[in-house]
Design a protein around this ligand. Structure first.
Ligand code: ADP
Ligand code: TRP
Length: 325
C-alpha cells in the first residue's frame, strides 16, 4: 500500500509528533511503500526565520532517522524539492470549494493566533496538503488526530476530481493510533501538546534526562491522588498514563494496578525513568548523525529523485485529463 505523510520543519519534534505520527511511520515502513517528507512550503504560512529554515529541515531529517526511519526503505525528501506539489495544488485549488476551507478547524485556530498575518496560504494550506497526498496516489495517511479533517477534505477533492475528469485518484484514509493520536500538553491537559506552546508543556524527542524529569514532575495533575484513567475527571493523569502505556507496551489497567495506593509522585518518578530510557537511544543516534556532514544531503537528494518519478507520472496524467497538454 502507498502511504504518505509529512511534518513541518519549524519547531522541535515532541512526544506528541512521535506517538501520533512518526512511530506509525516506522511501524509501516517495512511492509508498505512509504513517502515521508518535510513540509517546508506549509511552514511558510506562519511567521518563520528565513535564515533558520534550512537548519531546521536538516534537524527534522536527523530526528526522523534517529527515531528509526530507514531511508533505504521509505522515500524521504523535502516538499519544495519536488515542484509538482505546488503545480498540483494550484490545479486542485480550482476544484476545491472555498466554503470547505473556511470551516477547517486549523484555519480558524491559526487565523485567531496570527491575527496580523491571515494570508491566503493559511486558507489554502489543506489544498497543498491534498496535493501532497494525491500526487503519490496514496491510500493511507498516518497522522495525529488534528490532521484528520484535512485528510477528509482530500477525499472530497479526490472525489470531485474523479467525477469531473475521470477516475484518477484513490480516496485516502486517515491512520491514527488508538491511543496517542492526541497527546495533551503537560501544563494544560485540556489542550493538545504543541511545538508552538511553551517548552515545558512538551517533551521534546531530544530533551536531556534532567529536563525530561523536571517537566514530568511538574506536569499538571488533577485533584485526588489515585492513578486512574478518566479523561474527563483526570485529564492530566490520563495523559501521563497514555504515555506510560505506549512507551512500555503495558496496558493502562496493568499500570493502574501497579500504582494502586502509590500516589502521583511515585508514578511520575517512574514515568520520568521510562521516558528518559526510551529516548536515550534517540539522543545517541542524533549525535552520531550530526557528525556525518553530507549524509542528510545525500538522503534528501536520493529521496527527491525517487519521489519525482512518481510525481511526474501523476502530473502527466492529470495535465492530460484536465486538457492542459
Ligand atoms: P504541532 O501541532 O506540534 O506544531 P505538527 O502540526 O507539525 O505539530 O504535526 C506533525 C504531526 O504530529 C501531525 O501528524 C500531527 O497530527 C501530529 N501531532 C501534533 N501534535 C500532536 C499531539 N499532541 N498528539 C498526537 N499527534 C500530534
Ligand atoms: N499539515 C501537516 C501538519 O501540520 C503536515 C503535512 C503537510 C502533511 N502535508 C501533509 C501530513 C500530507 C500528511 C500528509 O502536521
Amino acid at each position: 500500500m502507498r502511504i504518505v505523510s509529512g511534518i513541518q520543519p519549524t519547531g522541535q519534534i515532541h512526544l506528541g509528533n512521535y506517538l501520533g505520527a512518526i512511530k506509525q511511520w516506522i511501524d509501516l515502513q517495512n511492509e508498505n511503500e512509504c513517502v515521508f517528507f518535510i513540509a517546508d512550503l506549509h511552514a511558510l504560512t506562519t511567521p518563520y526565520e528565513t535564515k533558520l529554515l534550512q537548519k531546521s529541515i536538516t534537524e527534522k531529517v536527523i530526528a526522523y532517522l534517529a527515531a528509526g526511519l530507514n531511508p533505504d526503505k521509505a522515500i524521504i525528501f523535502k516538499q519544495s524539492d519536488v515542484k509538482e506539489h505546488t503545480e498540483l495544488a494550484w490545479l486542485l485549488n480550482t476544484i476545491c470549494p472555498i466554503g470547505e476551507l473556511e470551516r477547517m478547524t486549523q484555519y480558524k485556530d491559526k487565523s485567531k493566533k496570527y491575527k496580523d498575518n491571515i494570508n491566503a496560504g493559511l486558507l489554502t494550506y489543506p489544498v497543498l496538503m491534498s496535493a501532497d497526498i494525491m500526487l503519490y496516489k496514496a491510500m493511507a495517511v498516518p497522522t495525529g488526530k488534528d490532521q484528520e479533517q484535512h485528510v477528509e477534505l482530500t477525499r472530497t477533492i479526490a472525489r470531485k476530481f474523479n467525477q469531473r475528469f475521470g477516475e484518477t485518484f484513490p480516496e485516502p484514509k486517515s491512520m491514527m493510533p488508538e491511543y496517542g493520536a492526541k497527546l495533551m500538553s503537560l501544563t494544560d491537559p485540556k489542550k493538545k501538546m504543541s511545538k508552538s506552546d511553551e517548552p515545558k508543556s512538551c517533551i521534546f524527542l531530544f530533551d536531556e534526562p534532567e529536563v525530561i524529569t523536571k517537566k514530568i514532575m511538574s506536569a499538571e495533575t488533577d485533584s485526588g491522588k489515585d492513578v486512574l484513567y478518566n479523561i474527563t475527571k483526570k485529564p492530566g493523569i490520563s495523559n501521563l498514563l497514555v504515555i506510560y502505556s505506549l512507551l512500555t507496551k503495558k496496558s493502562i489497567k496493568e499500570i493502574e494496578i501497579e500504582f494502586k495506593d502509590k500516589g502521583y509522585g511515585e508514578f511520575k518518578k517512574s514515568l520520568a525513568n521510562v521516558v528518559v530510557n526510551y529516548l536515550e537511544p534517540f539522543r545517541i543516534k542524533k549525535k552520531e548523525f550530526e557528525t556525518r556532514d553530507s549524509y542528510v544531503k545525500e538522503i534528501l537528494e536520493k529521496g527527491q529523485a525517487r519521489a519525482r518519478v512518481i510525481a511526474e507520472a501523476t502530473m502527466k496524467e492529470v495535465r492530460e485529463k484536465m486538457g492542459i497538454i
